[in-house]
Design a protein around this ligand. Sequence first.
Ligand code: PGA
Ligand code: ZN
Length: 425
Amino acid sequence: MSHFEVKTIKAREVLDCRGTPTVEVDVITLGGVLGRADVPVGRSRGGHEAYELRDGGKRYAGLGVLKAVKNVNDIIASELKGMDVRRQMEIDRAMIDLDGTEKKSRLGGNAIVGVSLAAAKAAATASKLPLYKYIGGPRAHILPVPLLNYINGGELAATNLDFQEHIIMPIGAKTFSEAMAMGTEVYFHLGKMLAQKYGKFVLNTADEGGYTPPMIDPRDALDAELEAIEELGYGDDFVLGLDVAANTLYDRKQNTYRLMDKNVSREAFMDYLEDLAKEYKLASIEDPLQEEDFEGFAELTRTLDTQIVGDDLFVTNIKRLKKGIEMGAADALLWKVNQVGTLTEALDAAYCAYRHGYGVQVSERSGQTEDTWLADMAVALNAGQIKTGAPCRSERTAQYNHLFRIEEELGNAAKYAGSNFKKPF
Ligand code: PGA
Ligand code: ZN
């Protein structure tokens, strides 16, 4: 039906929240429906992610994406013209074949994923459905627990903390709105406490909106978060989590990890994490080890009563996820569509995770835009958990605000995942 038929596809260069250029794609159908999607940008990227095509040269310090834009406008657009936007798998397959490389390095993963997501958005609009219902169907009703990343380190913050994200999760709330109110109260209170103790510079926020106190010890960060939670009387309503982003701490030559200004062995690093997990009853740890250490992930998954999430380990790629499943490495998949490069492949990975009892944590990239497809996907997948930063920068609050709208629209059908965030259905 012409209403759903691709008439034109047009990409352009826009900026993410760090000022890094990224791809935005418009898919327009013969019926005049517009699907527009922005591609987020990672900084602590996994080695096995889809290729991000950048221009090089002087313009935007080499980070321009005009080549990827041109690939959409000159190559992909004519290939997909006339296709039905509801045929997501065929659209994605056509682009994968057209590219022909393992990592989408010819056309660029950033070009392909932009078209893939814009096609889905056009299909949803043409079907007169919100995106979360178009993707998730009538069962899409679970509002995710937000993983609120309030103290930042690693490559995404100007601090000396090694771990990238020190996270709090409001699992005791009854609704998503209540969770955000509680979480935001803690954000305000934590800011005040940190400023009193360390001075006002801690209020300079990092890439995902977390504070930047001059700490080096992860225990100090977790203690500060706990203290803020307790002072507000929330006690057990929150649990804690981490994204270690261990790739960024790993020295491949020596097989050591950087931890508080020292290089420690893999074993010492694992022991440290195990102690931390037990001491703080951590509910979730992402990327505790570097991306090739499936054995180490499996060991931590066995020994800890903590959700172990694979980000750089899996890169939302079903092949790597299946290897992990066979070995018992991690028990949750961090879900980032642009890591793999098409919506179809990302959905395949999510459903594969569910089939094997793995959780799915829908995730931002550190470089987001105002586009809110991420929030829709969290509900579409009934994922039960979303990681999209602190509630203080518009590219993060855009996701939370969209979740408020979805919660309102679902009315009585909406269910907040709460303590069932790993298996919400
Ligand atoms: P990235 O990192 O988006 O910068 O790759 C976020 C994360 O590691 O979860
Ligand atoms: Zn991560």
